[in-house]
Design a protein around this ligand. Structure first.
Ligand code: SF4
Length: 236
């Protein structure tokens, strides 16, 4: 089995409930969404360099695991499968294989973070598997991608009942925020909720004011700490 991998590196987790935790990033190549690219507004994707399937190298499961081990010899880092989209097409099989292998080893050896975190865009079906924890986006109207969202994922998150799962709303404007509140109510979301502003389009302080008024359950503002530390650099 081979997967299209754009890069593997170590850093700290930049956002969400795992922010600041030492993490090995496995970035898959390929994603069929184009977030933010509407008629008159620009793509806001953080990783445009990993969107096409040809922007990755075919690596075997053993070489990916070996590479993870070079960054994390003692198996103490969180493993983050990201992209691109780690659950799209053939990337899905490789994500399962990596996460299963890490889960078995860490459980047998009493290591932390047995489940690999998957950052997924909300258009691919998530799973009940215990070897994954999910950071699942729900794309709001400002992304132009809301129609691609798979609403069944909310039921799966509910069934998983995993306190490490999270749903991320990236907010471009007030319309997006109001839609997020609607979705939270309609779907009776119990999972951790993250709010992130689209850089340069909505002021994070304004988003805080909106959050304070509606205060959805288990929500928090999530800013990208890697950008504070290193700016808009790749591989950090
Ligand atoms: S889903 Fe993620 S990787 Fe794909 S275009 Fe949107 S932000 Fe970029």
């Amino acid at each position: 089995m081979f997967g299209k991998i754009h890069e593997i590196y170590s850093s700290i987790s930049g956002e969400g409930i795992s922010q600041g935790i030492p993490t090995v990033f496995v970035r898959f190549a390929g994603c069929s969404l184009r977030c933010g690219k509407t008629e008159n507004r620009a793509l806001w994707c953080d990783t445009p360099y990993a969107l096409g399937p040809y922007q990755g190298e075919s690596l075997s499961i053993s070489s990916i695991l070996k590479s993870i081990e070079t960054y994390d010899k003692d198996h103490g880092f969180q493993i983050l499968l990201t992209g691109g989209e780690p659950l799209e097409g053939k990337n899905r099989d490789m994500s399962v294989a990596i996460a299963q292998s890490i889960f078995q080893f860490r459980n047998a050896n009493g290591k932390p973070y047995p489940a690999s975190r998957v950052e997924t865009n909300g258009s691919e079906k998530i799973t009940l598997d215990p070897f994954f924890v999910f950071t699942m986006d729900y794309k709001l109207p400002g992304s132009g991608m809301e129609e691609r969202m798979d609403a069944e994922n909310f039921e799966i998150l509910e069934k998983r009942h995993n306190s490490l799962d999270e749903i991320k709303f990236v907010v471009r404007d007030r319309i997006d925020f109001e839609r997020s509140i609607e979705v939270i109510r309609e779907q009776k979301i119990q999972t951790n909720i993250l709010y992130s502003p689209v850089h340069g389009e909505v002021d994070a302080k304004e988003l805080v004011e909106w959050i304070k008024i509606d205060n959805p359950p288990k929500c928090r503002l999530s800013l990208q700490i890697h950008k504070v530390l290193w700016g808009n650099q790749k591989g950090v």
